[in-house]
Design a protein around this ligand. Sequence first.
Ligand code: 4AD
Ligand code: MG
Length: 502
Amino acid sequence: MEAKRIKICEMKDVVGQRAEVAGWLYHARAGGKVQFLMVRDGTGLAQAIFEKTESNEELFKDVKHLGQESSLIIRGEVREDERSVGGYEMAVDDVEIVHKTEGYPITPKSHGSDFLLRHRHLHLRSQRQWAIARIRHTVIDAIRTYFNSNGFTLVDTPIFSPAAGEGEQNLFQVDYFGEEIGLAQTGQLYLESAALSLGKVYCFGPTFRAEKSKTRRHLTEFWMVEPEMAYIDFEELLHVAETFVTSIAQAVLHDRKVELEILQRDVAALEKIQGPFERLSYSDAVDLLHSDKVKDYLGNQLESKTQESHDLENQIKQWEEEKETAKKQWQKDKLDNQIAEAREQLGELREQIENIPKHLELAQNFQWGKDLGGSDETIIASMFDKPVFVHRYPKEVKAFYMKPDPDDPRVVLNVDCLAPEGYGEIIGGSMREENYDALLGRVNDHNYNVEDYQWYLDLRKYGSVPHGGFGLGVERTVAWMCGIKHVRETIAYPRMMGKIYP
Ligand code: 4AD
Ligand code: MG
């Protein structure tokens, strides 16, 4: 009987019909008479039920011996079944084995993150990584849609750069036919020239920074999208950032329900991402860090996390006892997994508990004039349940091209957008210094080589106008949308200090 090739995501359209799905064996559970095969095909995961009959004994045996990640084509009738993943399943009557796999290294047991990163080429097939990759796709799609439908022109800026765009400390140096140059830390300076041609422009590409710190927010290679607009003011810039971020969250909520559920994302938190965002000047942020509100908040955090860690310790003890008396191997394996995961969680909790007093001290002793640190940002963002714009930082801690506030020249017209739930900075942006002499002064203050920046200074000689823009980091945004801790899972092949394989 004819079987139409379908994708798992199309099963709902062929209920009651015979169809075939080409995919990979994700997981299998076999009894003497029936096998439950979990098959994935790139569009989803589905359960397939394969019953032994008089005529299929050989095949039944072959399938039973298939290892995880064997590739196969299954054929059979598609049925509706509420209990099945995705709500549909296949009653399999034929299996075509495409490739037998043995000893797939990533088993359902829990592996450490180092192991998984070294097996990233295979780990990408896991449900969790699949869900993250699809959310990343939607984030990027929403980014392009926003700019393309709001009058922006895409301009591709170079990656080989003769001069630093965002400070020299984290510039990756490469040898360019004997000349020392850098890899792009931003496309912004080039984009400013394009904005004076096209008005509203954006660039979107890989960005490189030699970050020597190993944090959950930093990669050495990441993707940044940067819009730049001529003839705008600071308020308009904030408005663009606000509607832009909101549009990303809306797209993820709309298009990625299944994936958010796989990741157990708290969707209510994403639904709160709506303008107007909170606005806080840097000076107000400093006052907030010094306030009792922050002190009380961190005190409560310490208390609840300590309680949480005690509960977790007890839970682990209980599971260990259950394991002693468990009879079946699968029960022991399951408990082992739970215990391993709980231990990892406990380790993180203990680290957080240890850090809270340190972070409180940093916050309370924070001095006006310093740059906000990661823990300060986290605290500020935690005080609100939607994104916060922190604006007007001291000139000294920010990039040379930022325009001072005419009402208070100690600070610049810049903005960092901090994401809630502890995610921190996802956007950095500003109005740009448009006056030739003032910009030249800034280049000199920073001891940059004026020759390197002459072309950039030229933009202030010929038809200079007020302009500004910002950059949004894709990986931090994806981590936030997914509700996952570390940016290393948000890109197929994360690049960090000490991590370059595969
Ligand atoms: O705040 P940043 O450094 O801003 C700029 O580069 C400006 N030139 C942008 C502009 O105005 N056109 O970086 C912007 C964003 C950060 O908010 C963060 O989301 C991301 O880029 N980012 C990183 N993401 C991952 N790993 C890193 N090492 C990152 N550094 C910055
Ligand atoms: Mg920044």
